[in-house]
Design a protein around this ligand. Structure first.
Ligand code: NAP
Length: 317
């Protein structure tokens, strides 16, 4: 019998990748819903429509992602609370009622950047051994910087707090869940006209128009390619991995500046890149200066550089 999987936020950057990866597999019946199918702010409707569909698995890829806007604007903040906290809570209740598995996504912005230090052995836990970038965040003294799945969040921004509260609601209300933290998602932009573009897409556009470009060099974290995350999500399910919290990002931690250096080098752009501190830009929400997510539980994803090459060839061409 086929497994029915409901994907919410199906037209988003991650949602589209999830729909693709599950639809290509004949074992699944995919219900791909976005705002026009079900507006998640109408709670009664959410309960009614999802229980009627009775999926085996609910994947919540819906999101409120305007980090700065919800920091300064009360109305926007209320929207962020509904989508990032209230809806995950409701979906957890529904999943528990239906005995469905809930998959939900969160962010590195639940952390404050004051990273705890761990003794490592020169290799990341679960290292693939293939020489990918996975162990690049280990320092020579054997200590590595980064957040493990069970480290305690301490969000710096309202956005981070709404996401952390969403995580806690799910943990409280259902026992069959996967919460997956990711950072700096890139891939095909969401279909809505308000959708945020990928960082790499925006920077390439700018780089082609300008002689020089300022890029932040004191915030370090990982990138996540949407198709890689979608596939890793499917693997979590199919390998019957234990329920709980996961960190799934492409391997190799870099600053924005280092990422742009590689992007321009690979695409042959000669635009000058000027490293600047985060304070150079006026942003309403504070970001962690270091929010490397360590995947200590499952197989590491490939390096962000390999993922970026595929993105440039497939998604931007
Ligand atoms: N993007 C990143 O860099 C990043 C970083 C860390 C974590 N994440 C997490 O990754 C997950 C996926 O993010 P994403 O970047 O793929 O999001 P996205 O591209 O913004 O897509 C979100 C989708 O949710 C839909 N949605 C929003 N409000 C809705 C509502 N009230 N009813 C129904 N649908 C609604 C959106 O529709 P509309 O377009 O019509 O609003 C959109 O299709 C989220 O949990 C996010 O927090 C993302």
């Amino acid at each position: 019998m086929k497994t029915t999987i409901l994907i919410l936020g199906a037209k988003g950057m991650l949602g589209q990748a999830l729909v693709k990866v599950f639809s290509e597999d004949t074992l699944y019946t995919v219900l791909a819903w976005d705002r026009e199918d079900l507006d998640l702010t109408y709670e009664e409707e959410v309960w009614k429509k999802i229980t009627q569909a009775w999926p085996d698995i609910i994947i919540n890829a819906s999101a409120y992602n305007f980090v700065d806007l919800c920091q300064k604007d009360e109305e926007e903040y209320r929207k962020a609370v509904v989508i990032n906290t209230r809806i995950p809570s409701l979906l957890a209740e529904i999943s528990q009622e239906l005995r469905a598995i809930l998959i939900h996504y969160s962010t590195d912005y639940v952390f404050d950047g004051k990273v705890p230090r761990y003794k490592g052995e020169g290799r990341a836990p679960g290292c693939c051994g293939s020489g990918c970038m996975g162990c690049s965040y280990f320092r020579k003294d054997g200590i590595f910087d980064g957040y493990r799945e069970h480290d305690r969040p301490q969000p710096l921004s309202r956005y981070g707090k709404t996401k952390y509260d969403g995580e806690m609601e799910i943990e409280k209300k259902t026992d069959q869940y996967y919460i997956i933290r990711l950072s700096k998602l890139f891939g095909k932009p969401a279909q809505s006209e308000y959708a945020k573009k990928s960082f790499f897409g925006i920077i390439l556009e700018k780089g082609r128009k300008q002689d020089s470009i300022e890029v932040i060099d004191d915030e370090k974290s990982c990138f996540t390619y949407a198709p890689d995350l979608a596939l890793a999500t499917k693997n979590l399910l199919e390998e019957e991995t234990a329920f709980g919290m996961y960190h799934l990002v492409n391997e190799g931690a870099v600053t924005w500046f280092e990422a742009v250096q590689y992007l321009f080098e690979y695409t042959g752009l000669s635009t000058k890149i000027l490293p600047v501190k985060a304070s150079f830009f006026t942003r309403d929400a504070q970001r962690p200066s270091q929010s490397i997510l360590l995947n200590t539980k499952v197989k590491l994803l490939r390096s962000w550089k390999d993922a970026l090459k595929e993105y440039l060839e497939k998604d931007l061409s």
